[in-house]
Design a protein around this ligand. Structure first.
Ligand SMILES: NC(=O)c1ccc[n+]([C@@H]2O[C@H](COP(=O)([O-])OP(=O)(O)OC[C@H]3O[C@@H](n4cnc5c(N)ncnc54)[C@H](O)[C@@H]3O)[C@@H](O)[C@H]2O)c1
Length: 353
């Protein structure tokens, strides 16, 4: 490898453009060599704006290129597993956006390719790089709140993504709640053993037509007896809403910071503060930090901080959440040998009202 890794980015959509801007600002840690998107114009625009020497619509060429040491996969979810396998076969270290794949079999095939090639794979669970979540995890580890007994974790998007995104997203659990599944198991320090889901399709006709749900509560039980609830919605009238409350035997930790500007204005009309409207803003620093961690692991030849196994674990929990919704009952989770039955039609078993 050259002094710093030569990096290529695949996918120049919403999240790809953000990773591209971050990589372009890290020239001391990487050589940002190329961008790809099957929409060539998107790749060329990113390359022009960020001074990247090569843009292409042929992602596979970059994944196999001898001039690239590492790839960042930020294309649509249905491409991740295939791109991971190609990149691994060509000896590239890999950062992939979540989820690794929409099904467990494809996830395991990708992880096998990574293991066979002996390359690194980091999954884009950016909450783990947010200063609030890091402080919470450190507080838990240091016994600041005693034994964790309960976690309440909420994530609501301002409004649903476009219909074409919804259709190929894999549904609320594999696309959105997967962040919560990862962060709760990471904060708990153990995997859940039982899960129960209740959900509705209240937010948009497009979501209903895609047989998906948009409003959901999942409860999980852990081996220690601790309990977590996860609330998700594809709509939040006041903007992005991410809050995590961790209750222990001697205290509590609450993660959630929404203001752009650290000021509250008090008047006869009430109390006003501004609000970070979208996840790209709320987790701006976390997205940068996760990329720094990935590049640091490459430069120092160490392990990456979020593994492919973490990506698989969150997907296994998503499957169990869907099974509970389908079967209207609590589901025991076997992380090693999960029930692999899946359906894309999460909403079809909901009562019609
Ligand atoms: N970690 C996070 O918080 C977070 C947030 C948003 C999205 N994501 C994930 O990132 C991925 C992309 O999401 P997005 O919101 O940016 O979607 P998007 O639709 O805005 O962008 C996807 C891009 O990939 C390109 N693309 C699709 N197929 C391709 C192919 N075969 N080769 C090259 N390019 C291809 C599309 O042209 C598009 O530009 C998804 O997997 C999503 O789950 C993660």
């Amino acid at each position: 490898m050259s002094a710093v890794p030569r990096v290529a980015l695949i996918g120049c959509g919403r999240i790809g453009q953000l990773h591209a801007r971050n990589l372009a600002a890290m020239r001391d840690m990487c050589e940002f060599a190329a961008v790809a998107d099957w929409n060539l114009e998107a790749a060329e625009t990113a390359a022009r704006l960020l001074d990247v020497p090569h843009a292409t619509s042929a992602s596979e060429d970059l994944l196999a290129s001898p001039d690239v040491d590492a790839v960042i996969i930020a294309s649509s979810t249905d491409t991740h597993a295939r791109f991971i396998e190609i990149a691994a076969r060509h000896g590239k270290d890999i950062f992939t956006e979540k989820p690794i794949a929409l099904d467990i079999e494809a996830t395991e095939r990708a992880l096998e390719a990574v293991a066979d090639a002996g390359v690194r794979l980091q999954v884009g669970f950016q909450r783990r790089f947010d200063s609030g979540y890091i402080a919470a995890r450190e507080g838990i580890e240091q016994g600041e709140i005693g034994n964790v007994e309960m976690i309440r974790d909420a994530m609501r998007d301002p409004s649903p993504p476009p219909p074409e995104y919804i259709r190929q997203s894999g549904g609320l659990y594999r696309d959105m709640a997967i962040h919560n599944f990862d962060s709760v198991r990471w904060l708990m320090g153990e995997d859940p053993v039982e899960i129960y889901t209740t959900a509705s399709a209240l937010v948009s006709e497009d979501i209903r037509e895609a047989h998906d749900v948009d409003t959901s509560i999942v409860t999980m039980r852990f081996p220690s007896g601790a309990i977590a609830s996860i609330e998700n919605s594809r709509r939040s009238g006041f903007g992005y809403d991410v809050r995590t409350e961790i209750f222990g035997s001697t205290g509590a930790l609450m993660v959630g910071e929404y203001r752009y500007t650290p000021i509250r204005r008090f008047s006869s009309a009430g109390v006003l503060e501004d609000h970070q409207y979208f996840f790209l803003e709320r987790f701006r620093d976390a997205y940068r930090n996760e990329m720094v961690s990935f590049l640091t692991a490459l430069i120092n030849d160490t392990d990456v901080p979020v593994s492919g196994a973490d990506g698989r674990a969150a997907l296994v929990i998503a499957y169990a959440a869907e099974q509970s919704l389908r079967e209207h009952r609590p589901i025991a989770i076997d992380m090693k040998e999960p029930d692999r039955a899946r359906s894309e039609h999460h909403a079809d078993s909901l009562p019609t009202s």
